[in-house]
Design a binder for this molecule. Structure first.
Ligand SMILES: NC(=O)c1ccc[n+]([C@@H]2O[C@H](COP(=O)([O-])OP(=O)(O)OC[C@H]3O[C@@H](n4cnc5c(N)ncnc54)[C@H](OP(=O)(O)O)[C@@H]3O)[C@@H](O)[C@H]2O)c1
Length: 268
């Protein structure tokens, strides 16, 4: 696959997507566009074309990733109405529904995706849904691109707010867990570098165990717990900390926030 790609908005997520495509040895030209020149500097050193001109980058491209903040999506689509006609537009913006994208880019073929920052190391979970005019061939291309970012799956759009809350923002919560585990290591006398490495690798490895063995987390928990041992001692304390309801409340509120942002942007 060697379609020309333009990434409009080369911030945190746009940069991560570009780096995943580079790591995936993507065969086509990639152009990064941003209004902030500093955001483009590092990408330029990686051999990526950079530009501050949305119009010419979108005109030259076959596939356009839209990676600006939700509030900027409408404005950018208006600007690029001519250039994106008939092309594949992949919107990464949280909360922005296909209905809004289709209304404002009626002649484009549109995918709405929700990756996470783990795309930076090709370990994103990316959910996607598509407008009706996206062909099976387009979907194959979308899948090839998203597979370079990690794993992907097509979902019903009604799940996108919840997925944004669970996995889109997920690296933020998992970092709190790693941080807490690191602090715990410090408390029991581990040097900081050892505590951090042990904590991060354990979180990563546990995810891998669950995914690669297709195992229930409860089973993994049981597999680490011997009668009268150290793990059950810690689990007894964790279960008193209300970590489960805290996580459930957090995700529920984050999901509601997506709906609120959409209402605020008058897109609901
Ligand atoms: N960060 C994540 O973990 C994550 C995860 C999943 C989805 N997303 C989605 O990805 C999108 C981008 O998020 P982000 O965190 O990467 O934000 P970000 O770091 O602020 O990146 C967006 C970039 O786009 C630039 N921009 C604004 N208007 C533009 C225009 N007209 N043309 C070209 N560039 C323009 C911004 O410049 P200014 O700073 O001057 O506005 C900024 O540099 C959001 O819609 C978000 O919902 C993010």
């Amino acid at each position: 696959m060697n379609d020309k790609i333009a990434v409009i908005g080369a911030g945190m997520m746009g940069g991560a997507i570009i780096k995943s495509l580079i790591k995936g040895n993507y065969g086509g030209k990639i152009t990064a566009v941003d209004v902030v020149p500093k955001k483009l500097q590092e990408l330029q050193t990686l051999g990526i074309e950079v530009s501050s001109d949305n119009h010419s980058a979108a005109k030259d491209a076959d596939i356009i990733f839209l990676v600006v903040k939700p509030g900027d999506v409408g404005k950018v689509l208006k600007e690029l109405a001519q250039e994106i006609k008939g092309k594949l537009l992949i919107s990464v913006a949280a909360t922005i529904p296909l209905s809004f994208l289709c209304k404002n880019a009626s002649e484009a073929k549109i995918a709405r995706i929700m990756p996470n920052l783990c795309a930076l190391v090709q370990a994103s979970y990316t959910a996607y849904c598509c407008s009706e005019n996206v062909t099976p061939q387009d979907k194959e291309k979308i899948k090839i691109l998203l597979d370079m970012m990690g794993v992907c799956e097509e979902v019903d759009e009604k799940y996108m707010d919840a997925i944004t809350a669970v996995s889109g923002s997920g690296p933020g919560y998992m970092s709190i867990i790693v941080e807490a585990l690191t602090y715990a290591g410090l408390k029991v006398g581990l040097p900081r570098n050892i505590a951090l490495k042990a904590a991060a690798q354990t979180v990563m490895g546990t995810g891998k165990l669950i995914v690669e063995l297709n195992e229930d987390p409860a089973k993994i928990k049981d597999m680490t717990t011997t009668p009268g041992g150290t793990t059950i001692e810690a689990i007894y304390q964790i279960e008193q900390s209300q970590i489960r309801p805290a996580m459930i409340r957090a995700i529920e509120e984050a999901t509601k926030k997506s709906q609120l942002i959409r209402e605020k942007l008058s897109l609901a």
